[in-house]
Write a protein that binds this ligand. Structure first.
Ligand code: OSB
Ligand code: MG
Length: 371
């Protein structure tokens, strides 16, 4: 059966996070991004989300480069081709290099549309099996240790299964030592967002006796060579985030020994199909994976929940509930994390409805492409 898209809408939204979120590269509070909507002639509507930020400080993509790619290159490809299955979208987009978040924003809406046309949940359509997923929380860089310890305390009361804290030079070993002292038994990890170099090896070695589950992306955003060198020197398992953009990247990083764990972000790798392929490789190679987050609204969050139902997502992801980020999300019901678990919806597609009122409230612009 052809997926036959009649119209694609882009909804540009501006939402404000409940609390500012600080990483080694900058602070987020206002979030401008867009939701994609692919509609067929029966009125089925599939939704996706662009996880690109307005400023290209996590990767080279931005909100505007995403809009440019989608409008000028990716939608024309979809208009020229018939699709039977969402897996084909990744291959159709191959002639356009990188721009993975732009590709993923469209591909995700087509996966949701496909699942709805076939009256199944997105999780089932992807081959997922779990009914519940375990979630952790990512806590940003704070202005004091006291504030950090109190946020961790709250997260533990909320039931999150593992605590990730953001680190950077000057907010790292001492901070983690104090966290470990206060919470001797929690599952703890750190994310550096590429803030270090190989000159910091002896410093990073000091993390080895803190029993961290992993350190995420310590070195450059585009590196897999130096990470392999670092992994030989430190005991803490290295997890790659920024450096992995494709199945090929994952294969090379595993072969080189650049990491022992991989964070899969749907947007970073170009969509759900590529995420599945990386998942399958990691399963074969015995590399645990977990689902990363990009401070998504409910639509992107729902995609993350569905993907996490695949079996090799062994470690809790950064897929906290909606309320962690937003006073009011754009889906109904919101994604709810209880005792560190999210129940996977059985409803068709992403499994949550769009809250049209909320969507309109946050909308600052929209574009329509008729097929
Ligand atoms: O590196 O995982 C990251 C947020 C923005 C950009 C990059 C990252 C993050 C997070 C938060 O760690 C994940 C989330 O809670 O959505
Ligand atoms: Mg990260």
């Amino acid at each position: 059966m052809t997926i036959s898209i009649k119209e694609i809408k882009l909804h540009l939204l501006k939402m404000t996070l409940n609390n500012p979120f600080t990483t080694s590269f900058g602070t987020f509070q206002e979030k401008e991004f867009f939701i994609t909507e692919s509609i067929d002639s029966d009125g089925n509507r599939g939704f996706g989300e662009s996880v690109a930020f307005p400023i290209p400080w996590y990767s080279e993509e931005s909100l505007k480069t995403n809009l440019h790619m989608i409008e000028d290159f990716l939608i024309p490809i979809l208009k020229r081709n018939e699709i039977q299955h969402p897996d084909e979208v990744t291959d159709l987009f191959k002639p356009i290099k990188r721009n993975n978040m732009a590709k993923s924003a469209l591909e995700g809406s087509i996966w949701d549309l496909y699942a709805k046309q076939n009256k199944m949940s997105l999780a089932k359509a992807l081959g997922g099996t779990k009914e519940k997923i375990e979630v952790g929380i990512s806590i940003g860089i704070k202005s004091s240790i006291e504030e950090l310890l109190s946020d961790i305390e709250t997260a533990l009361i909320d039931g999150y299964k593992r605590i990730k804290i953001k680190i950077k030079p000057g907010w790292d070993v001492d901070v983690l030592q104090q966290v470990r002292q206060h919470f001797p038994n929690i599952d703890l990890m750190a994310d550096a967002n590429s803030a270090y170099t190989l000159n910091d090896i002896s410093h990073l070695k000091k993390l080895d006796n803190l029993d961290l589950i992993m350190i995420e992306q310590p070195l450059a955003h585009d590196d897999i060579i130096d990470h392999a060198t670092l992994q030989k020197e430190v005991k803490t398992p290295i997890c790659l985030d920024e450096s992995i953009h494709s199945l090929e990247d994952a294969r090379k990083a595993i072969e080189l020994g650049s990491c022992q764990i991989i964070n899969i972000k749907i947007g970073r790798v170009g969509g759900l199909t590529e995420s599945k392929r990386i998942h399958d490789l990691c399963k074969e190679k015995n590399i645990p994976v977990w689902c990363g987050g990009m401070l998504e609204s409910g639509v992107g969050r729902a995609h993350n929940v569905a993907l996490t139902t695949l079996s090799q997502f062994i470690l809790p992801g950064d897929t906290a509930g909606s309320a962690q980020y937003w006073s009011k999300d754009i889906i109904t019901p919101e994604v709810i994390s209880k005792n560190g678990e999210i129940s996977v919806p059985n409803e068709i597609g992403i499994g949550y409805d769009i809250d049209e009122e909320a969507l309109n409230e946050y909308k600052i612009d929209s574009k329509i492409f008729k097929f």
